[in-house]
Design a protein around this ligand. Structure first.
Ligand code: CA
Length: 557
């Protein structure tokens, strides 16, 4: 539990020490002071953004507002998500592993139910509590805008039924930024709503979030929890033309140059030691591509950069709003991405300048980043979305809370490893809310000590991941990791953050010990292994079987 003195100091900021003591003693029972001093909590989740894509993590993309947030707070150097949209949301929202809450692989698609129950059912089960449910019980207003993606077909899984007082956004996964459609529209509360002509998802989610915050603060003195889940920069990469134009022509030197510049900036920022070796780019060689292709690739990357620039503009708008109503200093803002940059869409992605300027609407078709750029966006790490190597599952994580961080030097780094369930543990710690005793225990540890200056490890016990057969475990500086059907690899993260020197051969005892531990965890967590469960493979098989049935005429006796 956070020290009550910090809360008292927050509430009574500006009073003399003597006055403070007498006010506390005379006017408030201490519990009331504690309640009034609880910080607001905002979790901003972005979608498919790579490790090196914001300025304060090495990017050339202009993100002055996120950089300011980092200057006002701390940046985590080893914060892990779950490598993919749905499992990350499931774990972030519940403080548990995705398999424990029914989203062991993905959320069922809008048009189709999977037809079974269990760890891979594809929607949030009742064996968990959401951040909103927990924080509401702790006296918070609970607000959400943006992408939900934890169960579309079942009303009982929607935000309003899972603890949120107010919701505006998309219940599904990917959607169009300008004109969502095709079964992937917007809802207000529980009701579908049309979008205006000027709709742009990133702007709208922020504007509505600011309105929700104002309404909550006008209602009473209770703190608020906001979950702001942008769909950007997920495909289709619907950048506004002005944001796209700002970056058009800046990527003509290709991915190797981008990686080199970003790593140099990361070293300069102090994120990584100077001798850090970046994982090599998987290719193809930029100069081997023809000029037209390179132009297209420049446009694709500029569209992606434009989407991130727009996120940053909106973070600026959100922070300005908080300042204008006097809530910025006592708000813990956590900013992170749900997985590494996204390679879906082929090696070279999809799209062109024309497609950016005349985007298809009411569809998820459009510009996609592709593997070669995604690889570079996760500099200096290996792999991308879907994987739990560092490029897939390590995210920028900025945490700002000026009132709570008064005693520390802000603008620096939290170098301890942490992961998604820690957000629930932190919220419990800060809010004093009770976690339901009839549910599986929260899988996270509170980050409050780390946020207030401690360098002690957040995790002493190991933490684990699995997503479509890709698997990992972190235990101190050791990381055990594998791709589906490939051998386990073992890395010393203290000396080899970029996973380039596999020690599984020379440290066989350590490898074997950790494999055994991972398997014990996986069995207890109902993870499908060694054969994975993959929802898309399952649906394909089901469709083929149905086709076969239709082909065979009914033989009557
Ligand atoms: Ca994602």
């Amino acid at each position: 539990m956070l020290n009550v003195n910090i809360f008292c100091a927050n509430v009574l900021h500006g009073f003399s020490k003597a006055a403070l003591v007498s006010v506390v003693l005379l006017a408030f029972p201490c519990s009331a002071v504690t309640a009034a001093g609880k910080p607001n909590i905002i979790v901003v989740l972005v979608d498919d953004m790579g490790f090196s894509d914001v300025g304060c993590y090495g990017s050339e993309i202009e993100t002055p507002n996120l950089d300011q947030l980092a200057s006002d707070g701390l940046r985590f150097t080893q914060f892990y998500n779950s490598g993919r949209c749905c499992p990350t949301r499931a774990s972030l929202m519940t403080g548990l592993h995705p398999h424990q809450v029914g989203i062991g692989h993905m959320t069922e698609p809008p048009e189709q139910s999977l037809g079974f129950e269990g760890p891979y059912q594809g929607y949030l089960n009742n064996e968990c509590a959401t951040l909103a449910e927990v924080l509401r019980s702790g006296g918070y207003h609970t607000l959400m805008t943006g992408k939900w993606h934890l169960g579309l077909q079942r009303r009982e899984c929607w935000p309003m039924q899972r603890g949120f007082d107010r919701f505006y956004g998309g219940l599904s996964g990917a959607f169009n930024y300008f004109k969502p459609g095709g079964g992937r529209g917007m809802s207000l509360g529980n009701d579908p709503v049309e979008t205006d002509a000027g709709f742009y998802a990133t702007d709208k989610f922020t504007d509505v979030a600011c309105d929700f915050i104002s309404d909550a603060c006008d209602t009473d003195d209770r703190p608020f929890f906001l979950y702001l889940a942008y769909n950007a920069p997920h495909w289709p990469l619907n950048a506004k033309v002005k944001d796209f134009e700002k970056y058009k022509g800046k990527y003509t030197a290709g991915w190797d140059a981008l990686m080199k510049n970003r790593l140099a900036k990361q070293v300069e920022l102090g994120l990584f030691p100077a001798d850090t070796a970046a994982a090599p780019h998987e290719g193809p060689v930029w100069d081997g591509l023809n000029e037209k292709k390179r132009e297209e690739l420049d446009a694709i990357m500029a569209a992606y950069a434009g989407c991130i620039d727009s996120i940053d503009q909106n973070i600026g708008k959100l922070c300005d709003h908080l300042r204008s109503i006097g809530q910025y200093d006592n708000t813990l803002i956590m900013f992170l991405s749900d997985n590494g940059a996204c390679q879906e869409g082929g090696i070279l992605g999809q799209g062109s300048e024309q497609m950016v300027k005349e985007p298809p609407l009411e569809t998820v078709a459009g510009v996609r980043l592709g593997q070669a750029w995604a690889n570079a966006c996760n500099t200096p790490f290996r792999l991308y979305k879907h994987f739990v190597h560092e490029g897939g599952a390590c995210t920028p994580m900025i945490a700002s809370w000026p009132d709570g961080m008064k005693q520390i030097k802000r603008g620096g780094f939290v170098r301890q490893a942490a992961y998604l369930p820690d957000v629930m543990a932190t919220c419990l710690d800060l809010s004093g809310a009770k976690y339901p005793s009839n549910l599986p225990p929260c899988a996270g540890e509170s980050m409050v000590q780390a946020l207030t200056g401690s360098h002690d490890p957040i995790h002493v016990d190991p933490v684990y991941w699995e997503h479509e057969g890709n698997a990992a475990m972190r235990w101190g500086n050791w990381k055990l990791v594998r791709e589906y059907k490939k051998p386990w690899e073992l890395y010393d993260m203290e000396t080899d953050r970029t996973e380039l020197r596999d020690l599984s051969g020379v440290q066989q005892d350590k490898r074997n010990e950790m494999v055994k531990m991972w398997e014990t965890w996986a069995t207890a967590t109902q993870v499908a292994f060694p054969e994975r469960f993959n929802m898309y493979e399952f649906l394909r098989k089901k469709r083929n079987e149905e086709k076969q049935k239709k082909k065979q005429p009914n033989k009557k006796k």
